[in-house]
Design a protein around this ligand. Structure first.
Ligand code: R7I
Ligand code: MG
Ligand code: MG
Ligand code: MG
Length: 371
């Protein structure tokens, strides 16, 4: 059985990536690793509840969880459409993609009669290739890792099609869900094996969605670039050059193809046992360590896990562009591998609704193992 702490780590780190990244989303210029880190450090030192609000990424991830819990771990498109739409109308100002609002309005106006219709009509019938399906796919990876009768890749595609029907969006969401599912079983050592499994998932997703290897628009070719970057091991002093190169090659756009492989790189980079967290962060003590009323005293090992996660989120945001989404997806993968101990209490205090996300993760875990 996958421990509940891994479900919680996944969803809480996804929340943290969204909240931390939102302050930088589509800034006109990329920020240095140091600049991003100083902002995060300040966020965690505020020591008040929820200075950081979450965006559409978390609103819809929560909605996916709610629907999965209501449907005993299954993807039911009508339930999911309703849950996503409810989340949207609860707060339409959470930074939704330009096409998303219209889909939710159409779904509501037709009383969810055709959960796939509005999304299929977008962009002259080609459907959106935005990353909005992938950004909410983590719960599908969690539930998919657990029960034998859990959502498979086809069901991930069904869940995605409620808002995104383009092949690039479907394949990206499949790959993201697979990354979370595989990260839950990561042994802490063999990142090459995790990469190989992900590359196989990318190839399967390309084939299933009709994307062709060798063309620029395939996850297979992006994953090959991920492998090249993983082989490089640049020094911490070159972190901003690394970020520039990764952002240019893999992308930081709002499209699934140019954000999901980027998030996977951020996660695998951090999970390599040889990875050294940036000196700014290895010298950092979670602020609550000086203030036990916030952070319980943590062990050396737990502090290292926390530094690793924060290093990952800082690097992801330093890539620029779609920072909330890339950091949220990278966080989901790393959080699934490391578990909830990797979340500093001071970071959880700073992120909106962390308590609600935490209990939702626990409910999802219960559902995953009760069928
Ligand atoms: O994919 P989506 O939900 O957006 C998610 C992003 C994340 O960064 C969130 O944090 C939030 O900021 O938004 O929203 P969509 O509107 O479906 O897709 C995003 C954008 O991608 C669209 O608004 C378009 O600009 C672009 N796009 C396309 N452009 C041309 N042709 C998506 N599909 C197409 C297309 O087929
Ligand atoms: Mg967002
Ligand atoms: Mg936005
Ligand atoms: Mg975004």
């Amino acid at each position: 059985m996958i421990p509940c702490a891994k479900f919680r780590g996944c969803l809480l780190a996804a929340l943290a990536g969204d909240c931390l990244g939102a302050q930088f989303e589509f800034s006109p210029r990329r920020s240095s690793f140091r600049t991003v880190w100083l902002a995060f450090d300040a966020n965690m030192r505020e020591r008040r509840r929820w200075p950081l609000v979450y965006t559409d990424d978390t609103a819809l991830t929560r909605a996916v969880c709610e629907s999965l819990v209501d449907c005993r771990g299954r993807v039911e498109p009508a339930s999911l459409a309703r849950s996503l739409t409810d989340a949207y109308f609860k707060a339409t100002d959470r930074g939704y993609g330009a096409a998303a609002g219209g889909v939710f309005e159409d779904l509501r106006d037709a009383n969810f009669a055709d959960p796939f219709g509005p999304a299929a009509a977008l962009f002259e019938g080609r459907g959106s290739y935005g990353n909005g399906g992938a950004m909410r796919a983590a719960p599908l990876g969690l539930i998919g890792a657990a029960a034998a009768a859990a959502p498979n890749a086809e069901e991930v595609q069904l869940a995605t099609r409620v808002t995104h029907s383009n092949a690039l969006a479907l394949a990206g969401a499949r790959l993201m869900a697979a990354a979370v599912r595989l990260a839950l079983r990561f042994d802490g050592v063999d990142v090459d094996r995790l990469y190989d499994s992900l590359a196989a998932e990318a190839a399967a997703a390309d084939t299933a969605c009709g994307l062709h290897e060798g063309e620029a628009s395939s996850y297979t070719s992006s994953m090959r670039q991920v492998k090249e970057f993983l082989g490089k091991h640049p020094a911490s002093s070159a972190v901003d050059e690394e970020a520039r190169a990764v952002a240019g090659a893999l992308g930081t756009e709002v499209t699934a193809l140019r954000s999901v492989p980027t998030a996977i790189y951020c996660a695998l980079r951090t999970l390599r046992p040889s990875h050294r967290v940036h000196p700014l962060i290895s010298e950092w003590q979670p602020p609550g360590n000086q203030n036990p009323s916030i952070d319980e005293a943590v062990s050396t090992e737990q502090r290292q896990q926390q530094q690793r996660l924060v290093d990952c989120l800082t690097f992801a945001v330093s890539l620029g562009g779609d920072t909330d989404t890339i950091a949220s997806m990278a966080g989901a993968i790393v959080g699934a591998a490391l578990g909830a101990d990797a979340l500093p209490a001071s970071l959880m205090l700073a992120c909106e609704a962390s308590d609600a996300v935490d209990s939702l993760a626990t409910r999802l875990h219960r559902v995953a193992y009760s069928s």
